[in-house]
Design a protein around this ligand. Structure first.
Ligand SMILES: NC(=O)c1ccc[n+]([C@@H]2O[C@H](COP(=O)([O-])OP(=O)(O)OC[C@H]3O[C@@H](n4cnc5c(N)ncnc54)[C@H](O)[C@@H]3O)[C@@H](O)[C@H]2O)c1
Length: 285
């Protein structure tokens, strides 16, 4: 059993903390919102608006990382890490800091570690350890997803810290993926969401072409989602570094782009697919 302090008790923090409590961990919460803290206390959790550490805890950070429009706004995250660093200064033993919020690749290494070191006056491995363990739950089913995760991604240079975090979460289930550094785990999370976003945009673009010729997009999608190997084989197309070729893929892609242009429907995503493939074809081998 671990003593786990969840900093940021919103959608992710509250669901993750509640799920970890069900498998026997001693979970408490910190949130700047006194209303959230009161709600958690009413649910018989320990919760506070301030971070206090004895030493030996796992501190899981799940504060917001909103968009600036051109990237992540990390100011809330940095503020929370600075506060945790100050609490580590007086902790008696090593504290494992887990970055659960979605952050850009390299955040743990280049921002979290130096900030914790400067605020705590302690060094990595002596006063604290930093582990990336991004969250994959869906907002609409947050608690259920946290209770039944399908994947657990953990990354850190500190193997013991990563294994400690993986062991804390693993009773909940999910396929465990351990990475030897935080950056790779951070990358998994933003690629995961961008992959989902690309699929949604693909079908929106196809929907506009279908509408222009009065074809039911949903009927087309219902079949393609089963007929295309990209849909039914998770390993299809995922090895980067190679252009697609063959008799049909380039020809039929050109055909759909040309057809859409003829129907005056913009297809920027399909054009980008062709452009990326041409780029791959011309890479030096
Ligand atoms: N919502 C989702 O479905 C989802 C899924 C996976 C990952 N994420 C990521 O998880 C992170 C958190 O998202 P969320 O949806 O839970 O946000 P949220 O807004 O629901 O909750 C964040 C909480 O953090 C608190 N907070 C803000 N600053 C704080 C501070 N300095 N100290 C303590 N608490 C503080 C807020 O009061 C709030 O309760 C983001 O990086 C997000 O991208 C979200």
């Amino acid at each position: 059993m671990e003593r786990i302090i969840v900093v940021g008790a919103g959608v992710v923090g509250s669901a993750t903390g509640r799920a970890l409590a069900t498998v026997g961990h001693d979970v408490s919460f910190v949130d700047i919102s006194s209303e959230r803290v009161e709600r958690l206390i009413a649910d018989h959790f320990t919760a506070s608006t301030t971070v206090q550490l004895r030493g030996g805890e796992v501190v899981l950070i799940s504060v917001p990382t909103p968009s600036t429009g051109a990237g992540f706004d990390l100011s809330i995250m940095e503020g929370a890490i600075a506060t945790i660093g100050e609490a580590i200064a007086t902790a008696s033993t090593l504290v494992t800091v887990v970055i659960r919020s979605t952050v850009p690749p390299g955040f743990s290494q280049s921002i979290a570690i130096p900030l914790l070191a400067s605020r705590s006056g302690k060094s990595l491995g002596e006063g604290f350890s930093v582990v990336s363990a991004p969250e994959f739950l869906r907002e609409a089913t947050a608690l259920n997803d946290a209770l039944h995760p399908w994947v657990l991604v953990v990354g850190s240079d500190d193997r013991d810290g990563a294994e400690r975090v993986a062991a804390a979460f693993s009773p909940l289930g999910g396929e465990v993926h351990l990475f030897p550094n935080a950056t790779a785990a951070e990358m998994v999370k933003i690629v995961h969401n961008s992959y989902n976003a690309a699929k949604i945009s693909f079908w929106n673009e196809i929907g506009m072409v279908c509408s222009a010729i009065d074809v039911d997009t949903n009927a087309v999608a219902a079949v393609v989602s089963k007929s295309a190997e990209a849909s039914f084989n998770p390993n299809y197309g995922i090895r980067s570094g190679f252009a697609f070729g063959g008799a049909c893929l380039p020809k039929d892609l050109d055909g759909l782009i040309g057809f859409a242009h003829g129907a005056s429907v913009p297809v920027p995503l399909l054009e980008a697919v062709r452009l990326v493939n041409h780029t791959m074809e011309h890479l030096p081998s």
